[in-house]
Design a protein around this ligand. Structure first.
Ligand SMILES: Cc1cc2nc3c(=O)[nH]c(=O)nc-3n(C[C@H](O)[C@H](O)[C@H](O)COP(=O)(O)OP(=O)(O)OC[C@H]3O[C@@H](n4cnc5c(N)ncnc54)[C@H](O)[C@@H]3O)c2cc1C
Length: 415
């Protein structure tokens, strides 16, 4: 029997780890390489939502109209560092174009095609990695202070319902039955029936990473800078931190840092980052039974193992600017308007780099340039949720197996 083909997966976040596991299942020998420790980048501190019903793109009809107001509000859901605007402009123009109604309808169907399989793909991994106690499938509740506010989301709700998402309208009493510690003044809600959450995103990715190692996977610390070509094909990765790494196939899963390496492999891609902040406070008597979303405040609250995490919002400032943790504090204050019992004492703040494509769709793609190069990045707000399905779809591409869905919407050269 011949040796299995060797796949190098660059980037050991939630996407890379899932890609590694799926490739192992297809019989490949897999090395995961990361410049840092596995699971320590964006996959470390996210909101932990298995947000399977979030199939609508971030850019929606009406988003553009709201942007000036958001930018004027220092505590609003969007901030933009002016010095970064010239670099970000091409991305922003594509983002705006993605918000046209006909594009939104199409993108929603394409995102739903991935999200519908999220639980089916995660369930066996959760079982095999013995993570059952670290994952809850208890839904998420959006809460509104006025009927008018809820009606403002009518298109968003209807769009998702038309794409198979189970959403249940809740009365005021039902909202408070589910979350008695909510601030007074909410009048109705919507239950996102199929959402789930992980108790700690870092422990979740590390549980899957351990399964990858247990199944014979290898890890190498490597800061990949470029590639060595033989006969016109990339055959090894140049490691700034040591020896080069040879491969039969290579998969790029570098999250928000993927653009440079994709270009080195011949694919220019409009990837940027939507930075996000949160604060996690220890439990201090406030009960949070499941994830709560307050669309009026643009925040999400998650009950986690270590406390309650309050976050959301987007900052457009690129990969290099220092974090502005006043964003996390502002979000937390909004959280206190939703759950007045929350206290900031003992809290920790975090910032992460969402890897974002302007059309909110990930890249899950073979290279148009090289037959041994693949890409899986750009999962934006949904990398945790889409991780396992991305792994399965990408491994099918590498193995040359027919994909379960049409893969053209996720190809790297769609722009
Ligand atoms: C505030 C916030 C809240 C979020 N909430 C949710 C949520 O509730 N649900 C959800 O589904 N998603 C959520 N997300 C999004 C999710 O966290 C990301 O989509 C996901 O973590 C991306 O995973 P990744 O593996 O692509 O990237 P990462 O986790 O960033 O991993 C990329 C890895 O590549 C490595 N790397 C980069 N360059 C190189 C190189 N040259 N050589 C070697 N290694 C390299 C990095 O070190 C890193 O480890 C949230 C994000 C933020 C910021």
């Amino acid at each position: 029997m011949s040796d299995p083909q060797h796949v190098l997966v660059i980037g050991a976040g939630i996407v890379g780890v899932n890609v590694g596991l799926s490739l192992q299942k297809q019989g490949f020998a897999v090395t995961l390489a990361d410049k840092g420790e596995p699971g320590r980048a964006t996959s470390f501190g996210n909101a932990g939502g298995l947000a399977v019903s979030e199939c609508a793109p971030i850019s929606m009809p009406g988003t553009l109209k709201n942007v000036p107001g958001w930018l004027r509000d220092p505590n609003g859901p969007l901030t933009l560092r002016l010095s970064y605007l010239p670099k970000m402009l091409p991305w922003l123009l594509r983002f705006i174009a993605a918000g046209r109604r006909n594009r939104v309808e199409q993108i929603t169907t394409e995102l739903a095609a991935i999200l519908h399989s999220a639980w089916d793909d995660y369930d066996p991994l959760i079982r095999d990695a013995k993570l059952q106690d670290a994952v809850f499938r208890d839904g998420a509740m959006a809460v509104y202070r006025s009927e008018q506010g809820r009606r403002g989301d009518d298109y968003y709700t209807d769009l998702r319902r038309r794409n198979g998402v189970r959403l249940t309208d809740l009365s005021r009493d039902e909202v408070y039955e589910r979350e008695p510690d909510l601030a007074p003044g909410f009048v109705c809600g919507v239950l996102e029936e199929d959402w789930g959450r992980v108790l700690d995103p870092y422990k979740f990715v590390m549980g899957l990473y351990q399964l990858f190692l247990d199944r014979g996977g290898k890890f190498q610390t490597a800061d990949i800078a470029d590639f060595v070509y033989q006969a016109g094909r990339p055959r090894s990765a140049i490691n700034r931190a040591g020896d080069n790494i040879g491969f039969d196939h290579v998969v790029m899963c570098c999250g928000a840092w993927s653009r440079h390496l994709a270009a080195r492999l011949g694919s220019n891609v409009p990837l940027d980052t939507e930075r996000g902040y949160n604060t996690t406070v220890p439990y201090n008597g406030v009960t949070l039974n499941h994830m709560v979303i307050s669309p009026d405040d643009s925040i999400v609250l998650t009950p986690m193992e270590m406390g309650i995490r309050v976050g959301g919002a987007v900052e457009l400032a690129g990969l290099d600017a220092a974090p502005d943790y006043s964003r996390a504090s502002a979000l937390f204050k909004k959280g206190q308007q939703v759950f007045p019992g929350l206290r900031e004492d003992g809290g920790t703040q975090w910032m992460g780099f969402r890897p974002s494509m302007p059309d909110s769709k990930p890249v899950i793609s073979a290279s148009p340039r090289h037959d041994n190069v693949y890409f899986a990045f750009g999962h934006g707000h949904l990398g945790l949720t889409m991780g396992a399905t991305t792994g399965r779809l990408l491994a099918d591409l590498v193995a040359g197996r027919p994909a379960s869905i049409d893969m053209t919407p996720y190809r790297i050269n769609r722009f």
